[in-house]
Design a protein around this ligand. Structure first.
Ligand code: ATP
Ligand code: MG
Length: 148
């Protein structure tokens, strides 16, 4: 059974949204995912990291930590910041809820994460900020990218 772990920390700036996507895709390749599975994971991670970039640090620069645990065919990704946090998490998770309508945010980030992953947890970080956990089981058998 496959068992692996990685963690990266990077600055919460928009150029690193692309970095996070490539990084998570690279790590998950060992599970031999399908193109659809890897795209789902990249999309969900992108939304979580973008939220850290856009919302977590309005006043100063901060960091984002992304972790990925692989256990068998389960992928568990955690995206964390130490920013301002969210007052009402269940409200923030509602589709179309945004605190930044003026910046053309649609309030769909959490809804997108939910639709592309099996499970999404949003909690206050131990210290401060937000911790988003994204879970997905990969069901592929053979024809994944890792065989290419
Ligand atoms: N890491 C975070 N730190 C602080 N607030 C956050 C964080 N992530 C989300 N939020 C809050 O939750 C709200 C909803 O997030 P969501 O991603 O669903 O929508 P959005 O980012 O506003 O818009 P979209 O993702 O569609 O561009 C945000 O408007 C923001 O107020
Ligand atoms: Mg968002």
């Amino acid at each position: 059974m496959k068992n692996n772990f990685m963690e990266v920390t990077f600055k919460a700036i928009s150029v690193n949204e692309g970095f996070a996507r490539v990084c998570i895709a690279g790590f998950c390749l060992q599970l031999n995912p399908t193109v659809d599975e890897i795209n789902d994971i990249k999309t969900a991670v992108s939304e979580a990291v973008t939220n850290c970039v856009v919302h977590a640090y309005p006043k100063h620069n901060g960091m984002v930590t992304m972790r990925c645990e692989i256990e068998g065919d389960m992928v568990k990704i955690t995206v964390m910041d130490k920013g301002i946090g969210i007052k009402d998490i269940s409200k923030a998770r509602e589709p179309f809820f945004t605190t930044k309508p003026s910046e053309e945010r649609s309030g769909m980030g959490f809804a997108v994460m939910e639709s592309f992953m099996d499970k999404v947890e949003v909690e206050k970080n131990d210290d401060r900020g937000i911790k988003v956990t994204l879970l997905k089981r990969l069901n592929h058998l053979q024809e994944g990218l890792g065989n290419a």
